[in-house]
Design a protein around this ligand. Structure first.
Ligand SMILES: [Zn+2]
Length: 468
């Protein structure tokens, strides 16, 4: 079995709009949560500014493998009279009677399985080190369980009650690492990060700080040590400086599970997190090396397309995911002349065709067809590149530079950029149609887009457009 996965800021809009929310409370709740490791024991001590009827944990999700909610098998409430239950779409903290007290202790076991739509709560390194995703501890209060139950499953852009959290992270055994800094106790109000607990020494180069599992197969360690700085340097040259300082890369190894080849990655501001697993990645071979390079190139592209500029709504993920896919194909081809990007691109065409017949790309998420964002986004990227007569890097750089200030690229802005680069408004009109409701014959529709954009293609016996 082969698995490849990227998770890039699908939930970014929740936090990015925090300032624009209208709190339903008169003033926001204040929460301090202290997360402590003592040997193998982990606790989260919540201190709430006052008693509320219910606390909602917005980062509630199911695992990818068995679709079970993750928190019940990881967290247990130690404070008497308080429990965690799922109500509606979210885990909530409630008291057996009355309000939740101001101090609540939770014991937990770091949860290391991948989630459907959210960052993996913890990465386990083989030397015992652990990286914890801070936002799993996020919470906000509500006036009643009924209100909590009525919350929509997708909190993106919803008006939700406000809470100001301070996260305090400490390890009895020594310092912790947060955002490239080693600290005796880390304190932050920015939850979009992994904090590193353990004695593993990071590898520091001028381009990055790397936490690399000591048992990760040697050839992967070597290939990445060289490739990551190259990739970052090349993107910087093409797209401008990335936001923030030196990025951190965390590479964990989940073991040589037989029959599996798995790479899972996610990106947060200034941080790329990758987990490798399976017997399939043990031996060094050219195909796996190129695939690995392409994968990292995709993740690294999100420092620009995803972080320097983000999408407005999750339904616009085709801009960032498809864009990162095409940037990665272009970059891998530059770094690795043997790589044939057309093979990968033809897979994107095939998948986009399969996922857009009479159904819009924007809704793909609700149908568990998120692949459509990657595949069709790359197809639209190639249309933009070809119609503009310049490289895709140039097209992306324009979008980034035009939107650096507000940090958001909307669908309308992307389509307008295509209009101005192509001077053919029928292209953006047709792309909008695929985004909204799909088309009855995606093969010929895409072939026609390609033709008008000047993409050189051949049509196979099944009518499928292909890059020759
Ligand atoms: Zn991605």
């Amino acid at each position: 079995m082969k698995k490849l996965r990227c998770l890039a800021l699908l939930l970014l809009t929740v936090s990015s709009l925090a300032g624009a929310r209208t709190p339903q409370w008169s003033g926001s709740a204040l929460v301090r949560v202290e997360i402590t490791r003592r040997g193998n024991e982990w606790t989260a001590d919540y201190q709430f500014d006052r008693e509320y009827p219910v606390w909602v944990f917005p980062r509630t999700d199911v695992t990818r493998d068995d679709l079970k909610s993750w928190r019940p098998s990881s967290w247990s409430v130690e404070t008497r009279g308080v429990r965690i239950e799922q109500r509606g779409s979210y885990d909530v903290l409630i008291a057996h009677r009355g309000d939740v007290p101001r101090n609540v202790r939770i014991r937990f076991t770091p949860f290391t399985k991948g989630l459907q739509d959210d960052y993996t709560p913890a990465l386990q390194f083989t030397d015992g080190s652990v990286a914890l995703y801070i936002a799993q501890f996020d919470t906000f209060p509500m006036a009643s369980v009924r209100d909590a139950k009525a919350l929509p499953s997708d909190l993106n852009n919803q008006v939700v009650p406000d809470a100001k959290l301070t996260y305090v992270l400490r390890d009895q055994a020594g310092p912790v690492w947060l955002r490239g800094k080693r600290q005796a106790v880390a304190e932050t109000d920015n939850k979009d990060a992994y904090v590193f607990f353990g004695s593993l020494q990071p590898i520091e180069t001028p381009a990055m700080v790397g936490f690399v599992d000591p048992q990760l197969p040697e050839w992967i360690r070597g290939a990445l040590a060289q490739a990551i700085p190259d990739i970052l340097a090349r993107y910087t040259q093409e797209l401008g400086a990335p936001p923030g300082g030196k990025p951190t890369i965390m590479l964990s190894w989940a073991g040589p599970t037989p029959g599996l080849t798995s790479r899972a990655g996610s990106v947060l501001p200034g941080l790329i997190v990758l987990t490798y697993e399976g017997s399939g990645v043990l031996s060094e071979e050219e195909g796996a090396r190129v695939e690995g390079l392409n994968f990292i190139a995709h993740e690294a592209a999100h420092f620009w397309l995803g972080q320097t500029v983000a999408y407005e709504y999750a339904r616009d993920a085709w801009i960032t995911e498809g864009g990162a896919d095409l940037l990665a194909m272009r970059l891998t081809a530059l770094e690795h002349p043997a790589y044939d990007w057309r093979d990968d691109f033809n897979k994107s065409i095939g998948d986009c065709v399969n996922l857009t017949k009479r159904r819009g790309i924007e809704d793909a998420r609700n149908r568990n067809e998120t692949r459509a964002y990657y595949a069709c986004g790359a197809v639209f990227g190639l249309v933009a590149e070809s119609a503009s007569g310049k490289s895709f890097f140039t097209f992306v750089k324009k979008i980034i530079d035009a939107n650096r200030v507000d940090g958001i690229v909307t669908r309308a802005e992307w389509l307008a950029a295509l209009d101005s680069a192509s001077r053919k408004p029928d292209l953006s009109r047709d792309i909008a149609r695929m985004l909204d409701r799909g088309v009855s014959d995606p093969k010929s529709f895409i072939a026609s887009l390609f033709e008008r954009a000047g993409v050189s293609q051949s049509i196979d016996a099944q009518g499928m457009p292909r890059l020759p």
